[in-house]
Each structure stands twice: as structure tokens, then as C-alpha cells.
Design a protein around this ligand. Structure first.
Ligand SMILES: NC(=O)c1ccc[n+]([C@@H]2O[C@H](COP(=O)([O-])OP(=O)(O)OC[C@H]3O[C@@H](n4cnc5c(N)ncnc54)[C@H](OP(=O)(O)O)[C@@H]3O)[C@@H](O)[C@H]2O)c1
Length: 259
């Protein structure tokens, strides 16, 4: 098998949570271009349908499942629905997450903190549990958790430290699952994006223009990332090109974490 063939995802199916927009949509595009069939998850059916139609033009099978994976019971239902389709999932991208609140830690309401932990951490755990079991039975699978450079770092100029805390925990979950499942054929890795101009960052930067300036000034490459620049990293970790890699975090940040 040539090295480029190792990146091929022909014959595999990938489930991407939050696959209709933003980084999830860009990763879905890349995985489909590499040959994978695609199962998109999101809360809104209309945007899932739009993304599915666009991806189907690449000649792949594309399915959707509607649900809020930030609610653990709903995440479990979504996974059961996907398993009921009868198309084994080989690749799981746990992409749903976000800061969503800019509250000082000393004032953070615990209920909200827990909800945002469910969004950023428990959603991935539930999907790993439900989609991971059949992968373990088949002794084949690749799971990619989307963490953040805000896992090992605290981002300057914004509060909402549930985000840093949950992303650090998601990195811990990635390593632990990788250790537990390595002998059973399932690899678990993370991608830690730096700054990309998706909807949540557009909103934060509109509210806090100084946040963008401070952030960009810290990036050695001097610019935010394009969502499409994340896709190849997902293809690499999803495919046999990374067959000896598990428990790793691939940082895609224009060098932000160098300094
Ligand atoms: N953008 C960045 O610079 C950056 C940097 C570091 C890490 N990350 C991480 O990368 C991931 C994606 O970020 P993004 O900026 O692309 O986010 P985004 O734009 O908010 O992602 C939107 C996608 O997620 C879906 N979604 C949102 N909440 C959902 C929920 N509770 N259940 C199911 N689907 C949901 C949306 O569809 P619906 O609205 O229809 O549900 C849409 O498909 C996140 O985990 C984020 O923390 C992003």
C-alpha cells in the first residue's frame, strides 16, 4: 500500500457531531473527499439537510441525525438512532463544544457550569460509550475528540473557565480511553485547534474587538486559521496513515502554543 493510499477512507463511515457548520462541517468535507461516507449530527434539521446535500455531491452516502448532544440522554438517543441505521461507524469525531459563556469563575452558577460540562465533555463521553462498544466488538475504529489550545492554556481577555477546564478534561478522557482501548483495535486521539473564524468567534470578536487583536498578535503565523486547514488533520487521525498513533493531541494553531 502506498503512503497516499493509507490516507484513503473509502469504505469507512464517519460520524461527526456538529457537522453542519463550522469546524465540523470542514472536517466532514475533508473526510468525504478522502472517501468516507458521512453521518452528520446537529440540533437543526435544515442546516444538516443543506450540508448533507452538498456532501452528497461528492458521491458519498450521507445521513443525518437530529439532536442536542449537550444533553446526555439526548446524546444517547442520537447514538442509538445512528446505530439503528445499520451502517457501522468506523470514525467518530466528537466536535460539539464551545465556551458560550463569559462569566467570572467566582460567580459561575453551578447549574450552568454543569450544563456546559455536558456540552464540552459528557457529550463526547456518551458518544464514545455508545459508538465505541461496536468498534471494540469489530476491533476497528478511530475516535477524534476536538479539544482546544484552551486545554493546556487559559486564553487571555475572556472568562468562562468552564471551557478551559472541560477541554483539559477531554484531553484526559482521550488519553485514558486510548490506553484502555489500544489493545482492542480502537484508537482515540484529539485535535486541539487554535483560533478559527467560525460563528462563535465572530460573535466574541464583535463583542470584544480587543480579544481578536490580542489573540492574533500572539500567533507566530500572524493570522487565524481557515476551517479547511483542520480537515487534513482529521483525515490523518481517522485513517491508517496514523495506525500507530493513539492518545495523542495534534495541535493545529499557527504556532500559538509555541510562545
Ligand atoms: N472555532 C475555533 O476557533 C475553535 C478553537 C478551538 C476549539 N474549537 C472547538 O471546535 C469545536 C467546533 O467549534 P466551532 O467553532 O466550529 O463551533 P460551532 O460553529 O458552534 O459549531 C457549530 C456546529 O455544532 C452544532 N451544534 C452546536 N451545539 C450542538 C449541540 N448541543 N448538539 C448537536 N450539535 C450542536 C451546530 O449545529 P446546530 O446549531 O444546528 O446544532 C453546528 O453543526 C468545538 O468543540 C470548539 O470548542 C473551536
Amino acid at each position: 500500500m502506498s503512503v497516499l493510499q493509507k490516507f484513503s477512507l473509502i469504505g469507512r463511515t464517519a460520524m461527526i457531531t456538529g457537522g453542519s457548520r463550522g469546524l465540523g462541517r470542514a472536517m466532514a468535507q475533508a473526510l468525504a473527499e478522502a472517501g468516507a461516507d458521512i453521518l452528520l449530527v446537529g440540533r437543526e434539521e435544515a442546516s444538516l439537510d443543506t450540508a448533507a446535500r452538498e456532501l452528497a455531491q461528492l458521491g458519498r452516502w450521507v445521513g443525518i441525525a437530529v439532536g442536542d448532544v449537550g444533553t446526555p440522554e439526548v446524546a444517547a438517543e442520537v447514538c442509538k438512532e445512528v446505530l439503528g441505521i445499520g451502517k457501522p461507524i468506523d470514525i467518530l469525531v466528537n466536535n460539539v463544544g464551545g465556551r458560550r459563556a463569559d462569566i467570572a469563575t467566582e460567580d459561575f452558577p453551578i447549574d450552568e457550569w454543569k450544563k456546559l460540562f455536558d456540552l464540552n465533555l459528557t457529550s463526547a463521553l456518551v458518544c464514545c460509550q455508545h459508538m465505541g462498544k461496536p468498534m471494540l466488538e469489530r476491533r476497528r475504529g478511530s475516535i477524534i475528540n476536538i479539544t482546544s489550545i484552551a486545554g493546556p492554556l487559559a486564553i487571555k481577555g475572556i472568562r468562562g473557565r468552564h471551557y478551559e477546564t472541560a477541554k483539559a478534561a477531554l484531553t484526559g478522557l482521550t488519553r485514558s480511553l486510548a490506553a484502555d482501548w489500544a489493545e482492542r483495535g480502537v484508537r482515540v486521539n484529539a485535535i486541539a485547534p487554535g483560533g478559527f473564524l467560525t460563528d462563535p468567534n465572530k460573535k466574541w470578536y464583535a463583542e470584544k474587538p480587543e480579544l481578536r487583536a490580542t489573540f492574533e498578535a500572539h500567533i507566530p503565523m500572524g493570522r487565524l486559521g481557515e476551517p479547511a486547514e483542520l480537515g487534513p488533520a482529521a483525515v490523518f487521525l481517522a485513517s491508517d496513515a496514523s495506525s500507530y498513533i493513539t492518545g495523542a493531541t495534534l495541535v493545529v494553531d499557527g504556532g500559538f502554543t509555541i510562545w
